[in-house]
Write a protein that binds this ligand. Structure first.
Ligand code: NIG
Ligand code: FE
Length: 419
């Protein structure tokens, strides 16, 4: 099966098989009038239409990109997708002045979602997650990371991860599953965090590994959650299973999370609002991708991550939704890109790299995903816009016209197609 994406005003894409940093963070190639040829799951050609017609036979199918812009499918490298229950009541409480921490201390927050998720069946989690993947796809996301972490006991974590696996088998969005029993200390272990860390190592990690349910692990390293020492113990254990390492680091306080991510060879460190200069230098030296989550800053009305310092220090920056019911309830990467510009001072080209190639690198997939180049997987988005800058400049609306995943049209004219 061959597919030709033609008629676009431009193709806009980063290039390469690894993350881009520093000046490279904004390196987007813009090819006016270019076409993209997909053969099977792969891209066979990106470039001049006349050259294509000389070199290749006509394609089986043509996707009309007239007047639009073609960009790589977005990769969302940090979400908490398989959750049950919503916390919209916390929204107005925060507007009335209560803080996220106060609400959590009063029985809301993560623990409320843990209770709802523990009470849900695996089938219910599958249905909820499928709808979220639909919304991601409609907004141009073709690959997403997704974490457990609302079970916080063996069966609950397994249920979330099994639901993810079942969901992934039924949906075109590619899912990178991350085990996160280290998301919070569950209520029943509140007074014995070390005991819970031991339980994770002895009982929960081995059960997840035995079913092959995760490819990575994540820990919330934060005051009152997991200390750097507990985080180190959890992640050292996770390494035994060959899982990639992610970290929620320096979100609410400067705890040395960035330094720890570098020390442990993490593929990504998220949040980083309070990362120290030494931590940022360590991330750059170790090649850790910084996953910035401006949706959280916007939603909780807090400060934004120091994106300019990260870029100037040579840390590759990726963007993610952090889609979860408490601190950032959105599936839209374009919304996140706009917030990264208007809240954190990123440039539009930098956000496109952050939402594609660098995000793919955070998930260990930059060799296959994240850019439009011959040989890469054919994951692309046709925007109803004359340039990629409209993704952030024309904010709060969905500009996605078509989406192609692995060479197959899965969104056509703004609607799910054959999904
Ligand atoms: O990534 N930082 C910790 N965890 C989530 C919030 C989860 C929740 O509030 O349910 C986050 O922001
Ligand atoms: Fe998160």
């Amino acid at each position: 099966m061959t597919l030709l994406v033609s008629g676009a005003s431009a193709v806009a894409t980063p290039r390469g098989r690894g993350p881009l940093a520093g000046a490279g963070q904004g390196a987007v190639a813009v090819l006016p009038g270019a076409v993209v040829r997909c053969e099977g799951e792969r891209i066979a050609f990106v470039g001049d239409a006349a050259e294509h017609d000389r070199r290749f036979p006509p394609a089986d199918d043509v996707l009309d990109a007239r007047g639009g812009t073609v960009v790589p499918g977005f990769v969302d490298p940090h979400t908490h997708l398989p959750f049950a229950g919503y916390r919209e009541g916390e929204f107005d409480r925060r507007l009335a002045g209560e803080s996220y921490a106060q609400i959590a201390a009063a029985g809301g927050g993560i623990v409320a979602t843990v209770a709802a998720t523990r009470a849900a069946t695996e089938d219910e989690l599958v249905e909820l997650t499928l709808r979220r993947l639909d919304r991601q796809l409609l907004h141009g996301t073709t690959t997403t990371e997704a974490k457990s972490g609302y079970g916080l006991e063996r069966e609950g974590e397994l249920k979330q991860l099994r639901a993810l696996r079942a969901t992934a088998r039924r949906h075109p969005v590619e899912v990178a599953a991350t085990a996160m029993p280290g998301h919070e200390v569950p209520p029943e272990w509140r007074h014995d965090g070390d005991g819970y860390v031991e339980l994770v190592r002895r009982d929960i990690h081995p059960a997840i590994a035995a079913e092959g349910l995760a490819e990575a692990v994540d820990v919330f390293c934060e005051q009152g959650v997991f200390s750097p020492d507990q985080t180190r113990r959890l992640l050292a254990d996770a390494k035994r299973y060959g899982w990639r390492i992610h970290l929620h680091a320096d979100e609410l306080s400067p705890l040395g999370g960035a330094e720890l991510a570098a020390e442990l060879g993490a593929s990504s460190a998220s949040h980083l609002l309070h990362a120290s200069d030494a931590g940022i230098a360590a991330l750059a030296a170790a090649g850790v991708v910084a996953v910035v989550l401006p949706g959280v800053s916007f939603f909780l009305r807090e400060r934004y991550a120091p994106v300019r310092r990260l870029i100037e220090a040579g840390v590759p920056v990726a963007l993610a939704t952090d889609c979860n019911p408490g601190s950032s309830h959105t599936e839209s990467m374009p919304m996140i890109m706009a917030l990264a510009c208007l809240g954190a001072g990123m440039r539009s080209d930098e956000t496109l790299v952050a939402a594609t190639l660098n995000a793919a690198a955070a998930l260990g997939r930059a060799d296959r995903l994240g850019s439009l180049e011959a040989g890469k997987q054919a994951d692309l988005v046709v925007l109803d816009a004359p340039s990629a800058a409209h993704l952030v400049y024309h904010f709060g609306v969905n500009l996605v016209r078509h989406v192609v995943k692995a060479g197959r049209v899965v969104v056509r004219d703004g609607r799910l197609h054959d999904v």
